[in-house]
Design a protein around this ligand. Structure first.
Ligand code: EPU
Length: 419
């Protein structure tokens, strides 16, 4: 099994470029099924989750041609409405294929999606099913498979009782081909949603309000396809910014959109991390002392749950006590046990809250990456720690961070991949 070997305690410096956003790419690939014309996707990150999503496209009868910066997807010969359980089990975002399949082929069959184990049991899909039902789909469950069918989906009004990113994107893209008007309320506001809506509108969709809590979609018979450039990954950019602060290094992050990181930068201003911002770059200056500051994760534009684990590592190096309140997932703080094994002083109050007392030196340790974001956080912890850290189960990290070893090595990090 592959692992990372990290020798910590070294300062980093230099520039790191951000790749395209995983969580935008994972939506535009299924959205390719909405049109029978080829779509060209650029700035596509080369990560495991994208490979799996492209395998799903091929498994459904679509064609994928890879090129240097992305791929071209042609779904004119889409011929299968059933998601492979092996692929669906690897990827929560496999659920994103269901709506477009239903809209294109009138039918979709799929198992419960897999992905990061960060929420109780299987992460629920009730909002998707309710939304599709509201659009007129018949839903049944047999032998562990969901079966959805609808001759033509109908526009509907749907209120998300829980704000859901993929739920919003899924119902929004599916409604593009439904008959009549769909009104979605209490929608998620993430920038990836507006990027998707903007693209679909250039191809003939009629979506308004994306990026606000109410999205209105007037259904059309068909849409065309064109070029989609994936927006920079704000979570990757934020992760590198936290890495710079935690290792007290000066690092410039390029090819990013600092405007999507306002919540993190507001917190940086409070904890003593100095930075400079340009339109597409962010320079983190060498921090001297960090002050503890409590955070509460929140839907965009609040503090992202996907940056909670790197921030928790950062707080082990800050002076004072901070409360990390993870409001969205109830298993995303379990990784703090690994941090405690490295020497952090962390008290778990309940599954949603920990208290971090800092600063504490960390020491190298043998660890297993629990999930994507906790995994990259253990890399950050390893780079801070004295001694050697060994991380296995790194498939979890490769799922979301492309060429991470080479890119961190360019900053001077002592990290190696051992096959
Ligand atoms: N939820 C339900 N029912 C549903 C769907 C969601 O109760 O049908 C609940 C979830 O259990 C959770 C809350 O709603 O408590 C919010 O989850 P959401 O649906 O927004 O999460 P998601 O759409 O599955 C996306 C990202 C996650 C990111 C969250 C929150 C993708 C592919 N995934 O997940 O990214 O943490 O939004 O911002 O876009 C990651 O990249 O590491 C990652 C996990």
């Amino acid at each position: 099994m592959s692992k990372f070997i990290i020798e910590g305690g070294h300062k980093l410096s230099g520039e790191i470029a951000v790749k395209g956003a995983k969580n935008a790419a994972l939506k535009i690939i299924p959205a390719a099924l909405l049109s029978n014309q080829p779509i060209s996707i650029s700035n596509l990150p080369k990560i495991e989750d994208i490979d799996r999503a492209l395998e799903i496209v091929q498994d459904l009868g679509g064609q994928v041609e890879l090129n240097a910066d992305g791929c071209v997807i042609n779904t004119s010969h889409l011929n299968r409405h059933e998601l492979s359980p092996t692929l669906a089990n690897k990827l929560r975002a496999s659920i994103m294929f269901v709506g477009p399949l239903l809209a294109r082929l009138g039918e979709a069959k799929f198992p419960h999606p897999g992905g990061c184990v960060i929420g109780a049991g299987k992460r629920p899909i009730d909002l998707f099913l309710e939304g599709f039902e509201a659009m007129g789909a018949k839903v049944s469950v047999r032998h562990g498979f969901y079966h959805l069918s609808a001759k033509r989906l109908q526009g509907c009004e749907y209120f998300f009782t829980t704000v859901s990113v993929t739920g919003t994107e899924s119902l929004m893209m599916t409604a593009v081909l439904a008959a009549g008007r769909t009104v979605l309320k209490n929608c998620a506001l993430e920038p990836e949603i507006s990027a998707l809506a903007d693209y679909l509108n250039t191809q003939g969709a009629r979506i308004s309000g994306a990026g606000t809590p109410t999205i209105i979609i007037d259904g059309v018979e068909s849409i065309s396809a064109g070029n989609f450039k994936i927006i920079p990954d704000r979570i990757e950019a934020g992760t590198f910014a936290i890495l710079a602060a935690a290792t007290k290094s000066a690092i410039t992050i390029t090819h990013c959109q600092p405007a999507h990181l306002e919540s993190l930068l507001a917190v940086f201003a409070k904890i003593g991390v100095k930075f400079e911002v340009g339109p597409d770059w962010l320079k983190i200056l060498k921090a001297d002392e960090l002050k503890a500051y409590s955070i509460k994760t929140h839907e965009y534009p609040g503090f992202p749950t996907d940056l909670q684990s790197p921030y928790t590592v950062l707080m082990t190096q800050a002076e004072g006590a901070s409360i990390i309140h993870e409001t969205i997932y109830d298993r995303r703080l379990l990784f703090t046990d690994l941090l405690a094994q490295m020497g952090a002083n962390i008290i778990m109050c309940d599954p949603h809250r920990v208290v971090v007392n800092g600063p504490t030196p960390l020491s190298g340790h043998k660890l297993t990456s629990p999930d994507l974001r906790a995994g990259i956080s253990m890399v950050i912890a390893g780079l801070i720690a004295q001694g050697t850290t060994e991380i296995d189960n790194i498939y979890q990290i490769d799922r979301g961070y492309a060429d991470i070893v080479q890119r961190l090595q360019q900053l001077g990090a002592k990290i190696e991949r051992h096959e």
